[in-house]
Write a protein that binds this ligand. Sequence first.
Ligand SMILES: Cc1cc2nc3c(=O)[nH]c(=O)nc-3n(C[C@H](O)[C@H](O)[C@H](O)COP(=O)(O)O)c2cc1C
Length: 157
Amino acid sequence: MSENKLTITAICGSLREGSFNRRVLKAMEELAPKHWEIYHADLSMIPLFNSDIESQGDPQSVAEFKENIRQADGVLIVTPEYNMGIPGVLKNALDWASRPSKSSVLIEKPFAIAGATPGGGGDNSVTSPGEADIASYECLHDAGSEGSHRQRSRQTE
Ligand SMILES: Cc1cc2nc3c(=O)[nH]c(=O)nc-3n(C[C@H](O)[C@H](O)[C@H](O)COP(=O)(O)O)c2cc1C
């Protein structure tokens, strides 16, 4: 019996080419059930949020990012923590996606978050307070709270 396709927007919070978090995301993709279709968002193309730019219409990279999330069944974020919070590039992308606030593509969107770091702290703030950062978009319905997708990963060199 074939299972229904599940579309996931995958977001890596690191732009670094050799990113551990990107490697974790790729490993997750390899392990994901075959009926998952994963789209990798490219945060490097998303400009810094500026409501002057927004008022002229979303740049193409932002429009594509938002449309992909809109069509996805869920969002999977794998990110380092930077100074005990989520990296600026990730926050910037989510800020774009949070607009317009009343019809944001993030509203009620299930999400899961994981983080990898070579440090001893284990990305704690990404997977706990950082999760709250993301949930504070008032939008993202935490799939983990339903006991399903919350992940915590650590990778060392
Ligand atoms: C600006 C900056 C801040 C960081 N802050 C933290 C931190 O708060 N906690 C932590 O565990 N690691 C921190 N790190 C280390 C990162 O977890 C580590 O560099 C990690 O490899 C980055 O992820 P990536 O490999 O996916 O690029 C920080 C790194 C940078 C560059």
